[in-house]
Structure formats: structure tokens, C-alpha cells
Write a new protein. Structure first.
Length: 286
């Protein structure tokens, strides 16, 4: 780790706020660029590609400036080490959404496919895979499990570093949703639980790449235009599984199935796996 000044509480809070502002600014610029290309006559898919290509590097530029100039650390000190995804977490990235989808197939409902032309299909796929998937998944992990988690660990300890970013992560997903109280509480719980999972994976793997991959694949499968599970159909999604129940515990309330009890159960399963692997890792080091 590079030499650094002491990180006090004030500097920690400022670093957290600036990290989130960097995420927001980078997202805004990338989306404006993508929409600008579309306004000039390009297809929506091209706009998605432009936004997805710009979002991660713009965020990294801002985080690097924050780390080097304000925190006096290199990006490597915040989990941006050599790219490596551990096989166990690569499998988890595929298995977790698969288990959730299988779980929902036991809930009464029916499939509906959206009729799309080639341009609409390209828009849905590029948005799901490139922007919502890889770009958003990587950026959110870089900010929350990279900079924010590490500065909290530097200031306090690993427990604080695991819990606080996870709660912030859950609460920020509420912004702009206009949901009722029960849906709000369910989303905060779900967001915090999955945030804890990503935090544990970061510590177990030693960098942000494994949890960023899990997050990205999850977004592609469950939070994008490829598959939509709800009690209502989405015309912006290629495949729809329309639930016959209105139970907010199963449907995830106003936010959707990512906050459902089925998804939360999947998060908990892999949290247990991460804890087991961390204990084994600690035992080997001792």
C-alpha cells in the first residue's frame, strides 16, 4: 500500500459523497452522449454502445483523481489490482440468477414474448448486456466495493466496511422510484443483503473483479430488457414471465423481483458460501 495521510471521519464522509457524485456525473455524461448520437439519427443500439463505452472509463478517471489527489492512494489500494475472476464466483454469476428464475417458475404465471423488430431487439440487447450489464455492474462495484468500502475499512474496520456501503447501496436504489413504505423497506433489505454478498466476495477474492462480474451478469439477467418477471408485462423486455400473484413479498413490490423474497434467499445462500470460503482462507493463512 502506498504512503498516505491519515483518513479521519470528515475525509471519509467526503470521499463517500464524492465517489457517489463521480458515479452520477459519469452516468449523466455517458447517457447524454448516447442520447446525443441518437438525436443525430443513429439507432438506439448505437446510443447504448456509446453510453456503455464511456461510463466505466469516465468513472475510473474520476475515482483515480479522488484516490490520488484527495486520499493519497493508488487505485490498486482500492481493489483495482490485476484483472482476475475466481472460478467459484464465475459459476456463482451464472448460478444465482438461474436459481432465482427456477424459483419463480414454481410461482403460478405465464410466459409472454414481446414482438420486436431488429432495431428494437438490438436496443434491448445492447442496453441489457453492455450498459445495464457490464457498465453499470462494474461502475457500481468500483464505487461501492472499491473506494467506499476501502475508506471505511481504513477509518474503522472490515465490519463497518461491509455493512455501511451495503446499506447505502440499498437506500440509493430507492431514489426516483416513488414506492410505498413496505416496498421501500423490502428494497432496502434486499439491497443491503446483496451488497453484503458483493462485499464478502471482494474480501474473499482480494479485488473487485469477481463481484463486478457477478453484479454485471445479474443485471443482464434480472434487471434489464432480456427477461422481465413481474405481475405486469413489459413491452421493453424480450421475455416476460407474468406472475399471477400480487404478493409484494414474491413480486418484490414496486421495485421488482430483485427485491423479492426469492432473490433475497438466493443472496443469502451465496453469502453463506462466501463466509465459508473466507473462513477457509483465514485458516490457511493462520
Amino acid at each position: 500500500m502506498s504512503k498516505s495521510i491519515k483518513i479521519d471521519t470528515k475525509r471519509t464522509i467526503i470521499a463517500i459523497v464524492l465517489s457517489i457524485l463521480i458515479l452520477v456525473a459519469a452516468q449523466l455524461v455517458s447517457l447524454l452522449a448516447g442520447n446525443g448520437i441518437i438525436a443525430l439519427g443513429a439507432q438506439d443500439a448505437i446510443g447504448n454502445v456509446i453510453a456503455a463505452v464511456l461510463y466505466p472509463p469516465l468513472t475510473l478517471m474520476g475515482l483515480k483523481l479522488l484516490c490520488n489527489k484527495f486520499l493519497k492512494h493508488s487505485l490498486e489500494d482500492f481493489g483495482f489490482s490485476r484483472f482476475k475472476i475466481k472460478p467459484v464466483w464465475a459459476v456463482t454469476a451464472v448460478l444465482m440468477p438461474a436459481l432465482v428464475v427456477i424459483g419463480f417458475l414454481f410461482v403460478p404465471g405465464h410466459w409472454e414474448n414481446t414482438a420486436m423488430n431488429s432495431a428494437q431487439l438490438a436496443k434491448a440487447l445492447t442496453g441489457a448486456i453492455l450498459f445495464t450489464g457490464f457498465a453499470v455492474g462494474f461502475v457500481e462495484e468500483a464505487v461501492f466495493r472499491g473506494v467506499i468500502m476501502k475508506v471505511l475499512e481504513m477509518r474503522w474496520n472490515k465490519w463497518v466496511a461491509i455493512i455501511i456501503p451495503s446499506v447505502i447501496f440499498g437506500v440509493l436504489h430507492v431514489i426516483g422510484t416513488g414506492m410505498d413504505l413496505l416496498s421501500f423497506l423490502q428494497l432496502v433489505i434486499a439491497g443491503s443483503v446483496v451488497g453484503i454478498l458483493f462485499s464478502l466476495v471482494t474480501y474473499e477474492s482480494g479485488n473487485i473483479w469477481s463481484n463486478a462480474f457477478i453484479h454485471s451478469v445479474w443485471n443482464m439477467c434480472m434487471g434489464s430488457g432480456i427477461l422481465y418477471i413481474s405481475n405486469e408485462m413489459s413491452e421493453n423486455s424480450i421475455f416476460n414471465y407474468v406472475l399471477d400473484t400480487n404478493s409484494f413479498l414474491i413480486s418484490g413490490g414496486d421495485f421488482g423481483v430483485e427485491a423479492s423474497c426469492i432473490s433475497i434467499a438466493a443472496y443469502v445462500v451465496f453469502i453463506i458460501l462466501a463466509i465459508i470460503l473466507l473462513k477457509r482462507k483465514g485458516a490457511k493463512q493462520n
